[in-house]
Structures are given as structure tokens and as C-alpha cells.
Design a protein around this ligand. Structure first.
Ligand code: CS2
Length: 482
């Protein structure tokens, strides 16, 4: 195996590679990022890398909540990693934006220090839907095991919410200025949800801290977008051939990338705008369109595509029936419930999303999108279903997609393939109990209170759409097309 990518070996990589043209030794730590997974490295870190070319104050301190695999690998590489963008206009670029990396479990005092440091002006998060510990009503779940832990031990928390509260408590005590805290996850009203969760947890032990947070800390809403499949060994090996050095934390994404941030009076937001983020008051419209069209269709494609035996998004969306079905799901059942934000043509946006899914250069596994489906389904599809039912619009295709998720769970339970999902144990029970009867099987899944709100469960039109979809998906598994 070749030497690792490091500050020293960076000199040896091919000359046409794009690399940091700023002096990394002069960077100052302005951003703490929680959750430095592939999406962070491919998305926010890339834009911050652009920013650092003109303003050295915003280097990233990357903190993983638990596993130290990524942060250890980043440290071996002096924080450097490669971003390969694929498709028309793609390039290979070394990103230098991460200056320090560690895990909170491993270095709790370093974590608290970084979160509370006056120099940390922006805290960003990519912790996935489940990282927010929210219930179906969108509020903090006080009986979540990590939140129970953090209530009992506020100084050594486990959840991201607990860490934010601990960092803010220290900052308030130090009299330091409050940071901007920015969720970069696919959640409806992500900033509002995060701000409420942090304030509610703080309130439990320290109402004065909660008041200070409400008055001083900005939690802007964001929309983040860039299709980033997990890096597999084949990609890392091929990249090693191209670079002549080994990069264990390299990432690959499509060329397209977008970061829309709620405009507010804060320098941390303004500088991201100068580096390429879109700042707008109407972030909600952009975020909802992205969540419901792109992420909603992604999940539907994953569950239906897996039922048909496909493995990759590009294969699923170019399947004649499934491609048509996905287009109709978007146009007939998702778009009618959205109002176009300023400057966004929803039809063109939907066509663009479908074209991005079809990009053959992105090998995006449907099984990866199906991770954590119990967390994704409510935010991606159930809000659309509720809106359609209230307005008398159809829900049959939504019902079919939701039923395809149920069948995905049933097939996993029957084949003994463990689900990557915080509800895996409960889902496994429901999957094993299935007997292929559409009414009783779907009723069992619909009774999962952590997924389905009661208004939907009680709606006979919704129940029928899911049961009818369930019958159709069983037929799809057997090779028939509706
Ligand atoms: C995907 C997203 O894995 C998933 O659930 O739907 O990661 C999607 O690729 C991104 O949100 C695109 O911006």
C-alpha cells in the first residue's frame, strides 16, 4: 500500500490536482462541526475550503460524537482529504479545511473547550435525523436514553443536544459571545427543531440558561444538498491509483452542490454567503421542496427499487416502470402540496432531481438510502400525505411507497438481515409477524407510534392506500408490474 496522504506527501500527488492554495499553518479555528461523516466532508467542508482562500478565521474543528475511526484517520492525514466530484465538470480536489479532529467520547474536555471557545463563532451539525432525539411531534424526546443520560450527567453528555447545552452553559458562565448553531440535516425546519431541543433540555436543569439561549443564540434553518454515496473500498483503491498516495477518508459526490441558509445578521452566515452559500429569508420553501421532492423520491425509489431487485439509484430510476412511477409520484402527489419559493421553478427542479438520480457516474446504493428509514419516512413522505388528505388530493402512490418500506422490513426480517435503524428491534418484530395479508400486516406497521401520527393512522383513505400499495408491492416482488 502507498504512503498516506499527509501535508508532507501532498507535494507528491499529480500536479493537476486542485489543492489548498492557502497557508494551513496560519488558519484560526472558527467553526466546530459535529458529525464529520462523508456528507460533511463533501459539502460544508468543501465550501469552507473555498472560504479559507480569502479568510483564514474559519478552519474547522471536527468532532465525532462516538466512533473515532474517521477522526483518527483524519489526524493521520493532517486533516487533509480528497473530494472527487463525478459527472460533467468533475474534478479531484484536496480539502484542507479541517485542522483538528477528535471524538467527544475520547476527549470530553477538548469537546467542551472547542464548543465554548470564544473563537468558535459557528457550530454546524450533520448528525442525521436520529441524532436530534425528537419524537413524532417534532419536540425533544425526554425519555430517549441519551437525553435521560444527559439530564443526569449534564457535564459529560452523550447526545449532540446535550453537548450543545454544556458548551453554551460554559460560554454563558465565561461571558463569551454566543455562537451561531446550524443544523445541516434533512429535517423539516431543522434550525427551529434544533433550537427548541437545545432550549428545552437547557430549561430542565437551568431555566436562566434557556432564557439566555433564546435571547442570544441564532439557529438558522438551512437546506443542504449534494448526493454523496458512502465511499467504498473500490473507490478508495482507484483513487490511490490516481494520486499515488492512500486516502482513507476520501469522499465522492456529484458536481452539483447547494447550501441555502436562512439570512440573519451574523458574520458567520455572511462569510458562508460570500463563499457560495445562498442566503435567503425563504429557506423554508427551498428546504421543504428538497426534502419532499429529492429525499422523498429517493426513499420511495430505494424501497420500491429494492423490491424489484435493483441495487443502485441510477438502475432504479432508469427502470421503465419505476422511473415513470417516481415521476408521477413527484408530479401528482408531491408537487401539488408545495408552494414555489422565490426563484424556484418546481417542475424544472423535479426534472433536475430525476436527471441527477440517473447520473451513471454516481454509484449510490439503494440499501444505503434505506438506512434509518423509520426516521426518514415521517419527514420525507408523511407530511405530504397529511397535506394531500386534508386537501382531498390523492395518496395512492405515497401509500405504495410507504408499503414498500414495510415490505423492505418484512424481507429483511425473513432473511435475517439486520436493519440499520434505531427502531430495528421493533421493526424486526413487526416484520417477523407478517403473513402477507395486506390489512393485518399494514395495521401492525401503522401502529408504530414512533413513526405514524394518530391523525394518519385513523384516516381510512390513508389506511386503504397503504394496504392497497402493500398488495401491489408483494406482486412487484414476484415480478408483476401494476
Ligand atoms: C439520501 C440523502 O441517503 C439518503 O437518505 O436521500 O443523503 C441525499 O442523497 C442527500 O440529501 C442529497 O442532498
Amino acid at each position: 500500500m502507498s504512503a498516506r496522504l499527509t501535508a508532507a506527501t501532498l507535494e507528491t500527488v499529480p500536479a493537476d490536482l486542485v489543492r489548498p492554495a492557502y497557508d494551513r499553518t496560519r488558519l484560526q479555528p472558527g467553526i466546530v462541526h459535529i458529525g464529520p461523516g462523508a456528507f460533511h466532508r463533501a459539502h460544508q467542508a468543501a465550501l469552507v475550503d473555498t472560504l479559507l482562500h480569502t479568510d483564514p478565521r474559519w478552519a474547522i474543528t471536527a468532532i465525532a460524537l462516538r466512533s473515532r475511526e474517521t477522526t483518527d484517520a483524519l489526524n493521520v492525514q493532517d486533516g487533509l482529504f480528497t473530494l472527487k466530484t463525478v459527472g460533467l465538470g468533475g474534478q479531484t480536489r484536496v480539502i484542507g479545511a479541517i485542522r483538528r479532529a477528535f471524538s467527544a467520547q475520547n476527549d470530553p474536555s477538548g469537546t467542551l473547550e472547542a464548543l465554548s471557545a470564544a473563537a468558535t463563532r459557528l457550530i454546524t451539525l450533520t448528525i442525521t435525523e436520529k441524532g436530534y432525539c425528537l419524537g413524532t411531534d417534532g419536540g425533544l424526546e425526554f425519555d430517549h436514553p441519551d437525553i435521560l443520560h444527559d439530564l443526569a450527567r449534564p457535564d459529560t453528555p452523550r447526545s449532540a443536544i446535550g453537548w450543545l447545552v454544556a458548551g453554551l452553559a460554559r460560554r454563558k458562565a465565561d461571558g463569551a459571545l454566543p455562537p451561531v448553531i446550524m443544523s445541516c440535516d434533512n429535517l423539516t425546519d431543522n434550525g427551529i427543531r434544533l433550537g427548541e431541543a437545545v432550549t428545552r433540555l437547557a430549561h430542565h436543569n437551568d431555566p436562566a440558561l434557556a432564557g439566555w439561549i433564546e435571547r442570544h443564540v441564532l439557529f438558522p434553518r438551512t437546506m443542504v444538498d449534494a448526493i454523496t454515496p458512502a465511499s467504498d473500498p473500490a473507490f478508495l483503491d482507484a483513487l490511490e491509483g490516481e494520486l499515488g498516495v492512500r486516502d482513507e477518508v476520501a469522499v465522492k459526490r456529484e458536481v452539483f452542490t447547494s447550501w441555502v441558509i436562512e439570512a440573519a445578521d451574523a458574520e458567520a452566515i455572511a462569510v458562508l454567503g460570500e463563499a457560495g452559500a445562498v442566503l435567503t429569508r425563504d429557506v423554508e420553501g427551498h428546504a421543504l421542496a428538497k426534502l419532499r421532492v429529492l429525499n422523498g423520491a429517493h426513499s420511495a425509489l430505494a424501497w420500491l427499487g429494492l423490491a424489484l431487485g435493483h441495487q443502485r439509484v441510477s438502475d432504479a430510476v432508469t427502470d421503465e416502470w419505476l422511473g415513470r412511477e417516481t415521476g408521477q409520484l413527484i408530479r401528482e402527489e408531491i408537487l401539488p402540496g408545495l408552494s414555489a419559493p422565490d426563484g424556484l421553478d418546481l417542475d424544472a427542479y423535479a426534472n433536475g432531481v430525476l436527471a441527477r438520480f440517473a447520473n451513471p457516474a454516481i454509484s449510490h446504493l439503494l440499501s444505503q438510502i434505506a438506512w434509518d428509514s423509520s426516521q426518514k419516512l415521517p419527514v420525507r413522505l408523511l407530511g405530504t400525505a397529511e397535506g394531500n388528505l386534508a386537501a382531498g388530493r390523492p395518496v395512492s402512490r405515497l401509500g405504495r411507497a410507504i408499503a414498500a418500506w414495510m415490505r423492505f422490513v418484512v424481507r429483511s426480517a425473513r432473511s435475517g438481515t439486520p436493519l440499520t435503524d434505531p427502531l430495528a428491534a421493533e421493526l424486526d418484530v413487526a416484520g417477523r409477524a407478517a403473513n402477507d395479508d395486506p390489512d393485518s400486516d399494514t395495521a401492525r406497521f401503522l401502529s408504530l407510534r414512533a413513526v405514524f401520527p394518530s391523525a394518519l393512522i385513523l384516516n381510512p383513505l390513508f389506511r386503504d392506500a397503504v394496504a392497497c400499495g402493500y398488495r401491489e408491492v408483494i406482486a412487484l416482488e414476484r415480478g408483476a408490474r401494476p
